[in-house]
Write a protein that binds this ligand. Structure first.
Ligand code: TXA
Ligand code: MG
Length: 371
């Protein structure tokens, strides 16, 4: 049975949750990005339980959550200066750092990789749980593998009730998409003796998120992005194993309608939002006539352009913040109303918008129409 407790309601909440974690059980908890499904990161059995509860392939490694920067040194073989600078700048917060692992981190937690993903969350419930339990918490997003990540406790209950020991309800999360992942495992410390080849390695973004490339570069200089996550090419293997799977997908077929980047290819003379809305309305009409249920994902400022019976608002305006916060719950709403065809506008591919587009494209299986 799964115990579901609201964060503020039970004074014994943290001691109960800590005991579950220390005994190898699973507790879902809020973080500032999405809800996590936590277990003891140093226990191979707990990690196996996490994979089983999620229905996740066991080659897809877990992120280890810590409560104090000094914990990094217990988990990682060595910590390059660039990692120290990023920890200083962005922890606690939505940044995951990949480093060479120490032997105490079991292969089950890292999917057999010689590296470990580490993050120090800023959400007070997450921080308190890690601190009070004294457990390094391995936690993937608390959804069934392939489904949209949970941003509210109700989403976790939907996917995990009966599969885990406890769910801590901390309300809606703030950011709404998962942490930025940056790989520093190939980057030597300034004081260590390494080959010139290693020394030329740059930090690599394996998953875009709230902490953008520009924000990272302001701290550590040039950063690259894993090519496999920008160009969906079956021959390129993403360095974060999880990025190769279809993800975040609603049950209906999602299509993104984007403005062509080339002015000559644009049909008609209307503005981009109007042209996009026109095409989406055509597609909605076509599917409705065929008897299908449709939904449109848009923002408040464009909502009046649409004629679908199910216009789902992703946020207030085109700025990424509100869209990210609503994205996954909007995809779950599409499932709840039984939408069979879903259409979304695209978002600016710069900064934080890049992280939103990364998730939307995966949810859409890269189905994009340009107009
Ligand atoms: O915001 C987040 O990061 C959330 C919250 C709960 O902290 N967690 C999360 O975990 O998104 P998950 O398991 O859904 O995604 C972890 C991603 C996967 O794509 C996985 O392949 C990658 O991190 N990853 C984990 N360890 C790695 C490693 N050693 N090397 C490369 N990629 C790794
Ligand atoms: Mg996930």
């Amino acid at each position: 049975m799964t115990t579901i407790i609201k964060d503020e309601n039970d004074p014994k909440l943290y001691s109960t949750a800590s005991e579950i974690l220390r005994n190898g059980g699973l507790v879902a908890f809020p973080t500032e990005t999405v809800y996590g499904l936590g277990g003891d990161a140093l226990s191979a059995d707990s990690s196996k339980k996490i994979y089983a509860a999620k229905g996740r392939p066991s080659d897809n490694p877990l992120i280890v959550h810590i409560a104090d920067t000094s914990d990094v040194y217990k988990l990682a073989e060595y910590v390059p200066d660039a990692a120290k600078a990023l920890m200083e700048a962005f922890w606690p917060g939505p940044l995951t750092i990949i480093l060479k692992k120490k032997a105490i981190v079991p292969d089950e937690t890292t999917g057999g990789l010689p590296t470990v993903a580490i993050r120090m969350p800023s959400h007070p419930v997450a921080a308190k749980l890690i601190e009070e339990s004294g457990v390094y918490i391995a936690a993937p997003s608390a959804n069934i593998s392939g489904r949209p990540s949970p941003t509210e406790a109700s989403h976790v209950i939907e996917d995990m009730d009966g599969r885990i020991d406890m769910i801590i309800d901390g309300g809606a999360v703030g950011i709404g998409i998962e942490s930025t992942i940056v790989d520093l495992s190939g980057i030597p410390s300034a004081h260590s003796e390494n080959t010139a080849d290693e020394a030329s390695a740059l930090p690599v973004i394996l998953r875009p998120g709230f902490i953008t490339k520009a924000m990272l570069e302001a701290v550590v200089g040039p950063v690259t992005i894993d090519k496999a996550i920008i160009e969906p090419d079956p021959n390129l293997r993403p360095k974060a194993p999880g990025m190769k799977y279809t993800h975040y997908a609603p049950k209906g077929e999602l299509t993104i309608v984007a403005a062509s980047l080339n002015d000559n290819e644009k049909s008609g003379t209307e503005s981009d939002p109007v042209r996009i809305a026109k095409r989406i309305n055509e597609l909605v009409l076509e599917k409705t006539i065929q008897g299908y249920k449709t939904a449109v994902l848009t923002t408040r400022d464009n909502a009046l352009l649409y004629k679908s019976e199910n216009v789902i608002l992703l946020g207030d305006d085109r700025s990424g913040r509100t869209v990210a916060a609503r994205l996954y719950s909007a995809l779950r709403e599409c499932d709840a109303i039984g939408a069979e065809y879903i259409y979304s506008e695209s978002y600016d591919d710069t900064d934080f918008g890049g992280a939103i587009m990364n998730r939307l494209l995966k949810a859409a299986g890269h189905r994009v129409i340009t107009v």
